[in-house]
Design a protein around this ligand. Structure first.
Ligand SMILES: [Zn+2]
Length: 108
């Protein structure tokens, strides 16, 4: 019991120092042929605006035979965002984590 209490206390003390400012993303599909030319191997090209407070960061996210990558690297958050958008679009199904109206919840 004592241990449990101690743990809980320690947990409370631990504050996250960096305030988490949420970024919002706007993703817009572009035509890779128009942007990169007809010889491009890029099959998807997305422009992503990341907005955080007053800052706006522009990302260019590509997809080719090597996979997804952003101009900032394959692990850029914009890549995940575009993939999420595409999954949502192509699935054309209720989103797994929408606010409770989904039928998916009843699925077993
Ligand atoms: Zn990026």
């Amino acid at each position: 019991m004592k241990q449990l209490k101690g743990r809980a206390g320690a947990r409370k003390k631990r504050k996250v120092q960096i305030p988490q400012v949420r970024s919002t993303y706007d993703a817009e599909p572009l035509d890779p042929w128009l942007q990169c030319g007809p010889d491009t191997t890029v099959t998807e090209l997305w422009k992503v605006w990341e907005r955080r407070e007053k800052e706006t960061t522009l990302h260019l996210v590509y997809f080719d035979r090597y996979g997804w990558y952003c101009e900032h690297g394959p692990s850029c958050k914009a890549v995940a965002e575009v993939r999420r958008v595409i999954r949502t679009m192509s699935a054309n199904a209720p989103r797994p984590r929408s606010s409770g109206k989904t039928r998916a919840r009843k699925r077993k």
